[in-house]
Design a protein around this ligand. Structure first.
Ligand SMILES: *Cc1c(COP(=O)(O)O)cnc(C)c1O
Length: 399
């Protein structure tokens, strides 16, 4: 996407907050750079305390944390897992990897999160789990989702890659499901290059999660002195990150307030300065319901049409500004179609995917640059529809 073009205002720029390199050197000097050493423990304690979660385990990615939930829920071929079509691939793939059929659910047109009103009719006797994604860090309707899941006895796994420190009805995202998964990929609010975490809210899964994360061994119990040797006791894999990455992450987590304050400021700047223009142009800005505190993960706009969205991306590109779109509907992807997905299954997802545009958003984005982005947007003249011929490469296969 970036090719060789240098953008004056990039879309994302990973930001160091201060102590990352110092903590990394400490991790190395400590003599323990493998997983579960001092900084990993600090990250676990920080997140458990900040969120009030019984158990947090750092993982190598959010994808891996999701795969751990598939193992913990004993997902088998033929099982079904309900996932939004409008999400990153991993939300569905983690379960498909274990033979489950992803059942795609549409999103709400206001918050773009899983449409809980459609959940019940997608549940079958084979449904094992539902995976709400707190898109843009705005909570899904967890009350309704929790009630339906309890009624049908299906697990809730929150994909909270966007939503760390966001809240729903005053309660932290990631504390509602049996599990929640976090990402510390360099595009998220808190980063360590690549990384993630599994949040475990249902204590019955804690012991097995430790085993699965440690290659199927009871090594965690061994280190706590609960057994006198460790051995192979279950299936598992290697899901724990190096303490060097945990050191990087800990510096970021410690700067929680600073990072979130910067992102809050950036989000509100766009929202205020684009309000009037958006109203005039029929552009939809993000909806954050009063009972949700968002995590300020991104700022998106919904343009009136695909043609206008593409034209605005080009317009901004011409002014050295990189804006991007994302989430091609999963149910229309090559894999999604193999699972039976077809055009029309998730109409809101299909529409939003064509119209959504994300603006430059990173901790150190300065106000002067934001002002340039806003100015450039206001200079945009939407193309008149009859003059447009859409390049084939931009049209999705559903057309
Ligand atoms: C980024 C992201 C993931 C994957 O995170 P990784 O840490 O890169 O594996 C999963 N789900 C959503 C919604 C994401 O945005």
């Amino acid at each position: 996407m970036r090719q060789n073009k240098i953008y004056e205002i990039d879309f994302n720029r990973p930001t160091i907050v201060g102590k990352e390199l110092y903590y990394i050197s400490q991790a190395i000097h400590n003599g323990y750079s493998a997983g579960d050493a001092a900084f990993t423990k600090k990250c676990h304690a920080f997140l458990e305390e900040a969120l009030g979660v019984p158990k947090v385990l750092l993982t190598t990615s959010c994808t891996d944390a999701l795969e751990m939930t598939a193992l913990l829920l004993d997902i088998q071929p033929g099982d079904e897992v309900i996932v939004p079509s409008f999400t990153f691939v991993s939300t569905a793939n983690a379960f498909a990897l274990h033979g489950a059929r992803p059942v795609f659910i549409d999103i709400r047109p206001d918050t773009l999160t899983l449409d809980e009103r459609q959940l019940e009719r997608l549940i079958t006797p084979r449904t094992k789990a539902v995976v709400p994604v707190h898109y843009a860090g705005v909570g899904c309707e967890m009350e309704a989702i929790g009630e339906i899941a309890a009624q049908y006895n299906i697990a809730v796994v929150e994909d909270n890659a966007h939503g760390l420190f966001g809240k729903y009805q005053g309660r932290y995202l990631g504390t509602f499901g049996a599990f929640a998964t976090q990402s510390f990929h360099e595009t998220k609010n808190f980063i360590c290059g690549e990384g993630g975490a599994l949040l475990i809210n249902d204590p019955q899964y804690i012991e097995r999660a430790e085993i699965i994360r440690e290659k199927g061994t009871n090594r965690s119990r061994f280190f706590r002195g609960q057994v006198d040797k460790y051995t192979w006791v279950d299936i598992g894999s290697s899901f724990l990150p190096s303490d060097i990455l945990a050191a990087f992450l800990y510096a970021q987590l410690e700067a929680r307030d600073e990072i979130q304050a910067k992102r809050r400021h950036i989000w509100h700047y766009y929202n205020e300065h684009l309000q009037e223009w958006a109203r005039d142009q029929g552009v939809q800005l993000p909806t954050v319901p009063a009972h949700c505190e968002q995590s300020y993960h991104m700022f998106y706009m919904l343009l009136p049409s695909l043609e206008q969205r593409q034209a605005l991306i080009d317009h901004l590109k011409g002014r050295g500004i990189l804006s991007v779109f994302h989430y091609l509907p999963l149910h229309l992807s090559d894999m999604g179609r193999k699972f039976g997905g077809k055009a029309g299954d998730c109409p809101v997802t299909e529409e939003v995917s064509d119209r959504l545009l994300r603006l430059p958003f990173y901790n150190d984005l300065i106000e002067a640059d934001q002002a340039r982005v806003v100015e450039a947007i206001k200079e945009f003249e939407p193309p008149s529809p009859h003059l447009i011929s859409l390049p084939l490469s931009l049209s999705q296969d559903k057309r």
